[in-house]
Design a protein. Structure first.
Length: 323
């Protein structure tokens, strides 16, 4: 059971389109470039964990179409375990159309019907006996039946002593958000970005929101701050963790990679500050190529990245603990 993680959530294909300006009304537009790549916040996170050598089960619904076959192939290539995933021959896979303009502004249009149609009776729950941690994406709260499946899984996992990791999402409908707030008492680790912190606590004051969120349940709150790195509230102890300096190409998936770094660090026995440093390294690396998974490193590549920065205080200790 040692290091195994079950990831429950979203999986889809991303069609990423680069264009000059995001202003779109009726008419035709020329675009500068496009990429068709696997995505989905939970699926990216599962992939990042598997590449880092953590045994990872993906629990979610994939369509039986051509896109679904690509999603399955990519998971298999990266070593994500699909023994408990649901492949629905009748459904088309979920899809996101992501528009990015020259100023890096993003808009996404998502067909999430397939992944969010997951029902409890479609799952073999024995994966819960095998894992140490259950990781949930806020996207699982977007709509039912996935929303209620997620809540039931959280309760079952909690009962059997699993750690629960939650990465919220920025676009929840009111009902989903209210349910997510009620679920916070079951969560051990939460990783909101700035917007999600405000959404969850109704305060724009960073420190106050970190304290409030920690009191609502999660012992460990790690807030993602984009190019500023992250800030940790570990049972009331607040620490700022500085970012790594990289040449940013495209930021999609940085948050997912960050969460995988944090998870791996905590599973390997790093302190919360050290695990958040690994998370910052993973997030920074993810921004160096187009696509959410393109720049996700293997453990060796992550080690090489840290090795090249071992003059930074604490990195040598982290490298020693990562083995
Ligand atoms: P989300 O995608 O969830 O909004 P962020 O954009 O905050 O998440 O990115 C997650 C993490 O990735 C950050 O906390 C940071 O560690 C890393 N990161 C993101 N953008 C940059 C950047 N420009 N330079 C260095 N690190 C970055």
């Amino acid at each position: 059971m040692m290091d195994k993680v079950a990831v429950v959530g979203d999986v889809l294909m991303d069609l990423i389109i680069f264009m000059d300006k995001l202003h779109i009304t009726s008419g035709s537009y020329s675009v500068n470039d496009y990429y068709f790549l696997p995505g989905g916040s939970s699926a990216n996170y599962a992939t990042a964990l598997a590449r880092l050598g953590i045994i990872t089960f993906f629990i979610g619904k994939i369509g039986g179409d051509e896109f679904g076959r690509r999603l399955v192939d990519e998971f298999k290539k990266d070593g994500v375990n699909l023994d408990y995933a649901v492949i629905d021959a009748e459904s088309k896979s979920s899809l996101a159309l992501i528009l990015i303009d020259k100023r890096m502004k993003r808009a996404s249009l998502t067909y999430w019907k397939t992944y969010s149609s997951l029902k409890l009776e479609e799952l073999d729950l024995s994966f819960l006996d095998q894992v140490k941690m259950l990781s949930i994406s806020g996207y699982s709260f977007i709509s039912n039946p996935m929303r209620s499946v997620t809540i039931q899984l959280i309760k079952l996992a909690k009962k059997s002593g699993k750690k629960i990791f939650l990465d919220p999402c920025p676009c929840l409908p009111r009902h989903g958000l209210n349910l997510l707030k009620k679920t916070l008492k079951y969560i051990d680790i939460i990783t909101p970005n700035r917007n999600e912190l405000v959404m969850l606590t109704n305060t724009k004051n960073l420190r106050a929101s970190l304290i409030q969120l920690q009191r609502a349940g999660p012992k460990l709150v790690v807030a993602k701050l984009g190019s500023k790195g992250c800030i940790v509230n570990d049972e009331g102890k607040i620490m700022v963790v500085p970012p790594f300096d990289v040449k940013v190409v495209e930021t999609g998936g940085a948050g997912d990679a960050f969460c995988a770094g944090l998870t791996m660090g905590l599973l390997r026995g790093l302190s919360s500050f050290e695990a958040a440093t690994v998370a910052n390294a993973m997030g920074a690396l993810a921004t160096t190529k187009v696509g959410s998974r393109t720049a996700l490193p293997s453990l060796k590549e992550l080690r090489d990245f840290l090795e090249a920065r071992k003059n930074i205080l604490g990195i040598e200790n982290i490298l020693a603990k990562l083995g």
